[in-house]
Design a protein around this ligand. Structure first.
Ligand SMILES: CNC(=O)NC(=N)Nc1ccccc1
Length: 314
């Protein structure tokens, strides 16, 4: 079982390699590409909080100086971590994809800009006069192992098309495994990702069981509502990838989610054990929002993230 954490939006977060030097996290979602292209040829935008140097590719909102992330990804991969780039996030409140052509463009942009470096298609020193001729490389020669869809607003147009296009790119690059993941809210069907999950192949689904009362992890602990892991197993079994792994998403500290959703490690343990045992085929592990909050939440001398790892491995 794995621990997946989000990185990139933490308050005063350390650089990525701090988390790659720890054994606790297996999958790191770097967030976020928080601006989506408005039409074919348009660039997405990014935000990684205190990382990068505040410079953008000319005429875009895409960060161009993310030297810490560029430098750290290779050591993360060498440490056996899976590094995914996360699209959307909680601040992408105005984002959506207008049509399928833009969805395919967005997928191609993400693949050529953040996937395996291909000097024939992408330029390390991208300038505006290269627009239309080459893709930029925000993490330079470093590349990610796939893409996470943290789509929280404005419906589901285009995401199945994006993911199917990305998977087409994956088939052309057999040199390594590439992954697609998603972070739906717990109500079923998820208004944003339900269609994509049904019609395109996800490897991991980490449900945000910490944003919606009535189906949350806290509901299970407090005996309220109906925590719906079982129902999400049903969604996955009817999906384009019935073997996708299902992770329990949790806040890594009290202030990492709205009031009432944080659970202590002692509260989490019976929940994780119950569902790990009940669904051995689908249970993938725990996702935490987010890395820095978990690192700073020290309980009995261990970080929250370490406590979660111990629960999964005890
Ligand atoms: C993995 N994505 C998230 O955890 N997103 C998230 N926390 N969104 C959000 C929802 C409500 C209020 C603030 C943020």
């Amino acid at each position: 079982n794995n621990v997946a954490v989000y990185y990139g939006q933490g308050a005063n977060q350390p650089r990525l390699k701090h988390f790659c030097e720890q054994t606790t996290s297996d999958i790191i979602n770097i967030g976020f590409i928080n601006q989506f292209p408005k039409h074919v040829g348009d660039f997405p935008g990014s935000n990684f909080a205190n990382q990068c140097d505040g410079s953008f590719f000319p005429g875009t909102e895409l960060l161009s100086g993310c030297h810490q992330i560029w430098q750290d990804i290779p050591s993360c991969k060498a440490a056996g971590k899976t590094i995914l780039l996360s699209i959307g996030g909680g601040t992408a409140t105005a984002q959506s994809i207008p049509d399928e052509e833009t969805a395919v463009w967005f997928a191609d942009f993400l693949w050529y800009s953040f996937g395996p470096y291909n000097s024939a298609i992408s330029s390390l020193g991208w300038t505006e006069k290269l627009a239309g001729l080459a893709f930029p490389r925000p993490f330079l020669t470093s590349s990610v192992d796939g893409f996470d869809f943290d789509i929280e607003y404005n419906g589901g147009v285009g995401y199945a098309a994006m993911i199917n296009r990305l998977r087409w790119h994956f088939t052309k690059s057999p040199e390594q495994a590439y992954y697609i993941s998603g972070a739906p809210q717990c109500p079923i069907p998820d208004a944003q990702l339900g269609n994509a999950i049904a019609n395109s192949h996800f490897d991991f689904i980490w449900v945000q069981w910490y944003n919606t009362g009535g189906c949350s992890a806290a509901d299970w602990v407090h005996g309220t509502g109906k925590f719906n892991f079982d129902d999400w197993v049903g969604v996955i079994e009817k999906s384009a990838n019935p073997n996708a792994k299902l992770f329990i998403g949790l806040p890594a500290s009290k202030d990492a989610a709205n009031a009432g959703f944080y659970l202590t490690p002692k509260e989490v343990k019976p929940l994780v054990k119950t569902y790990m045992d009940k669904h051995p085929k689908h249970f993938g592990g725990v996702m935490l929002w987010e890395a820095t909050a978990g690192d700073n939440n020290v309980i009995d001398g261990s970080t929250y993230t370490e406590h979660i790892k111990d629960i999964l491995y005890d």
